[in-house]
Each structure stands twice: as structure tokens, then as C-alpha cells.
Design a protein around this ligand. Structure first.
Ligand SMILES: Nc1ncnc2c1ncn2[C@@H]1O[C@H](COP(=O)(O)OP(=O)(O)O)[C@@H](O)[C@H]1O
Ligand SMILES: [Mg+2]
Length: 361
């Protein structure tokens, strides 16, 4: 079933992605030490990784790092604990294996990890290595600060001295590269070989076929013209298409349902953008002004700059604007499109663009 809000687990529920699946399964079989799966939010990274690991018949844990507190070891331990308890549903091997680790308590309700002893996570990872697990760190760029540094150095240690494959996913691609330290010789993971895989949004044709098949799985009718419109507006982002499909289950595949999808999706997308702004309170209004300018069609450097200056009623230094644009690109809210000497900026998510155009923030 395609129209399901959760990440997919089984091959039959995943539309296409044959190439990406083949490549990922191959890398897992080869025991590639670090695999990086990148792509914008809701494009299907977690689904791809879950299906690939289920297909490759390896044991695995998926640590969800979305929104982790970058200063809290305790939060990190809790994330691992959740991942391990979820993995227990697939296989019982962990209960037996982890029973011998100090500060890990195993009961019939699952596994509890104490965060008091600093190296407890490393001991757990060693056990996972013995059992040939794969460790997925989902949305790893959210682990910044001390937690991120710690995680990166653990991965580097296993890369150098161990044999435990890590799959790292990230929606904020520039920040993902920051985590990996690709440009920073002092970063723990600098210089390590990364196998990279990109998950792209569906093409128009794929998006349309995805919707058609999704509706036929439900035995529901949907007019092609309507579905074409949906793909045009939501631009082949699987998560948004699924959102439309789910609403259409009760409300039908109509114009009104598309509006409903946009309004609910806008709230989600704006919420995520707000999370980003929270860490940039001082410059918040500038970020907003830049994003709104781009949403309203000002796509080149000079157009954006003029708009920002109009907004603030004073001149803005180039360096200020370039820092803002760079941060927005790093967090994948913007894409930088370079065509020869022409540079344009585009909002990656059509839903966020729609929401900003309407001025609600
Ligand atoms: N290829 C696909 N086939 C079917 N559903 C998909 C596909 N890719 C993504 N989805 C659906 O889209 C939503 C977002 O997918 P998810 O894997 O969580 O994306 P990401 O991890 O990139 O944010 C989920 O509802 C998921 O089931
Ligand atoms: Mg995900």
C-alpha cells in the first residue's frame, strides 16, 4: 500500500527506487563502512533504507536523531534505547547479547540503558558488531555540538579499527557534510571514504504513476487531470503525494482535497522552517525576508538583495546576504542553481514556497 504515512518496510509498498535499492543492498552486502543517503525531506530516505535492510536480511538498528538535543548524552542514549527496542521486534538476538553489558537492563518489557557510564554506547556497538548488525543514524545532521562530535568520533573509530557498517541519512545536505567534516581536516571523519547515494524526487511521470497506482490499490477512482494537477503543485515529493492520497481516501481526489493538503502541509513545512529560525533569532527577520523574496519570484542575487534592502530600509553588505543564503542552502531550504555565469536560488519544497508566498509565518 503506497498511501501510508509511515516509512515503508517492504519492497511491495515501495514505488520504484529499483536502482537505489540495488545499489544500497549491494553496498550493505559488501559491508561498506560508511554509506551516506541524502535527499530532501519526505523524499523517501528512511523508506529506502528500511526496505533495503529488510531485503538484505541483515540485522539492523535505526537511530532516529531528528531534533536531538545536541548537548545531551542522555538524549542520545534514549535514542539508541528506542532504536534497540524497535529492533527487538524483528529479532530477539539483542536481548541475549546486551544482557552482559554493564548499565544495560534487559527485561520482558525491553532494554533500558543507563546513561551514567560514558562508554556504554561503545560497548553496545561492539556487541552489535559481533552480531554483524548495520547501524543507521537517521537525520544525523541534527546531532550537532558535543553529541555530534562524539558520534562522529565513534564512527571514525569503528571505521579505523572495527567492522561495523554505518548508514547515515540526512535531509539537510550541507549540514550533513558538516557532520561528516568533508571540508574540515580537524573533524573526526575527515578523509574517510564515503559511499554516497542520492534519493531524488519523483519525475512528473513517476509522480503521476505513483498516484494512479496508489488509488487503484485502494479501489478508488481519480481523474487523471486532477492527479496531474496534484503532481504539478506538489512536485513529485513522495511524502506530500502520500498526504494527498490519505486525505483523498475520505474526501475524494478533488481540488478541495488538494487545498486541504496544501494547508496542512504548509503548517508542517513552516514549522520546520521555524525550528531552523529558532537557532538564528537575531537574524530571523532577514532570513524570513530572503525566503519570502525568493518565494515571490526574486531569484537572482541582485533581486534578492534589492528586496532585502527595501525591507530593511538600508543597504545590506554582500557578506551578510551571502551568509544568509549559504545557511539556507546548507539546510536545504534553498537550492542554488548554477547555469554558466547565472546563479539563481530556488526553494526546494514547493509547499514551503506556497506557504511563504501567502505570507503566513
Ligand atoms: N518510493 C516510495 N513509495 C511509496 N511511498 C513512499 C516512497 N518514498 C516515500 N514514501 C512515503 O513518503 C513519506 C516520506 O517518506 P520517508 O521515507 O519518511 O522520507 P524521508 O526519510 O526522506 O523524510 C512516507 O509516508 C513514505 O511512506
Ligand atoms: Mg526519514
Amino acid at each position: 500500500m503506497y498511501f501510508d504515512p509511515k516509512p515503508k518496510e517492504r519492497r511491495e509498498d515501495l514505488y520504484d527506487r529499483d536502482k537505489e535499492l540495488g545499489k544500497l543492498i549491494d553496498l550493505v552486502k559488501k559491508n561498506a563502512p560508511i554509506i551516506v543517503v541524502k535527499g530532501i525531506r519526505r523524499v523517501g530516505k528512511t523508506s529506502l533504507v528500511r526496505v533495503a535492510l529488510n531485503e538484505s536480511q541483515r540485522n539492523f538498528i535505526i537511530v532516529d536523531l531528528r531534533g536531538i538535543n545536541p548537548n545531551s548524552r542522555r538524549d542520545l542514549v534514549v535514542r539508541f534505547q528506542m532504536a534497540i527496542n524497535e529492533a527487538l521486534k524483528r529479532s530477539n538476538v539483542l536481548k541475549r547479547v546486551l544482557a552482559s553489558v554493564r548499565e544495560v537492563e534487559v527485561s520482558k518489557f525491553g532494554v533500558t540503558i543507563s546513561w551514567r557510564r560514558a562508554s556504554v554506547l561503545e560497548d553496545i556497538l561492539l556487541k552489535l558488531q559481533d552480531e554483524r548488525f548495520v547501524v543507521v543514524l537517521d537525520e544525523v545532521q541534527d546531532a550537532r555540538g558535543p553529541v555530534g562530535k562524539y558520534l562522529a568520533s565513534v564512527i571514525a573509530h569503528f571505521y579505523d579499527y572495527g567492522d561495523l557498517p554505518f548508514i547515515l541519512t540526512g535531509s539537510q545536505i550541507g549540514l550533513l557534510y558538516d557532520f561528516l567534516g568533508v571540508e574540515d581536516p580537524r573533524a573526526p571523519l575527515y578523509g574517510r571514504f564515503l559511499y554516497e547515494l542520492e534519493v531524488s524526487r519523483f519525475t512528473r511521470e513517476q509522480g503521476l504513476e505513483f498516484l494512479r497506482l496508489g488509488f487503484s490499490q485502494l479501489g478508488l477512482d481519480a481523474e487523471d487531470e486532477m492527479l496531474e494537477k496534484v503532481v504539478e503543485v506538489l512536485d513529485g515529493i513522495p511524502g506530500w503525494l502520500v498526504h494527498f492520497g490519505l486525505l483523498a481516501k475520505t474526501h475524494g481526489a478533488s481540488e478541495k482535497t488538494l487545498e486541504m493538503t496544501l494547508s496542512q502541509a504548509s503548517r508542517l513545512a513552516l514549522g520546520e522552517f521555524n525550528e531552523f529560525l529558532k537557532r538564528r533569532e537575531v537574524a530571523r527577520r532577514r532570513y524570513e525576508a530572503v525566503m519570502k523574496a525568493i518565494a515571490n519570484g526574486k531569484r537572482t542575487w541582485s533581486e534578492i538583495k534589492r528586496e532585502l534592502e527595501k525591507h530593511e530600509g538600508k543597504t545590506i553588505a554582500d557578506s551578510v546576504l551571502s551568509r544568509i543564503l549559504e545557511a539556507l542552502v546548507k539546510a536545504s531550504f534553498l537550492e542554488k542553481i548554477v547555469d554558466g555565469r547565472n546563479i539563481e536560488y530556488k526553494i526546494s519544497d514547493p509547499v514551503l514556497e506556497y506557504a511563504l508566498k501567502r505570507g503566513s509565518l
